[in-house]
Design a binder for this molecule. Structure first.
Ligand code: FES
Length: 106
């Protein structure tokens, strides 16, 4: 097994002059979304990880990315949590400790 040592990042062009979509990361971590496990870049917000999983949909969603719209609200549970709790996916970071993420009830 080889150890991954290069820092990775994915870039995409934009009209705003910024082109760094994902924060630099060294490895992928497992998160479980709606019962399915995905590998996503560490050190990125969960919403950004959703974009990593679904690059054709999330960038076109009505997300403000800064806690104003509340559209990114999900229910999540960390490995050590007794109960799931609601959180804003644009405000929490990816980590292997995420046991599950689901849509928040409306
Ligand atoms: S994307 Fe607007 S609050 Fe999360």
């Amino acid at each position: 097994m080889s150890k991954q040592t290069d820092i990775q990042g994915t870039e995409a062009s934009s009209t705003t002059g910024t082109n760094q979509v994902f924060r630099p990361y060294e490895r992928l971590v497992d998160i479980k979304v709606l019962g399915k496990t995905f590998q996503v870049p560490e050190k990125n917000t969960i919403l950004r990880c959703f974009q990593y999983i679904s690059p054709e949909t999330i960038p076109y969603g009505r997300f403000c990315w800064n806690q104003d719209c509340q559209y990114c609200r999900v229910v999540g549970k960390l490995v050590d949590d007794d109960q799931p709790h609601e959180l804003l996916s644009a405000n929490f970071w990816s980590a292997p400790a995420w046991k599950s993420l689901n849509s928040a009830p409306n």
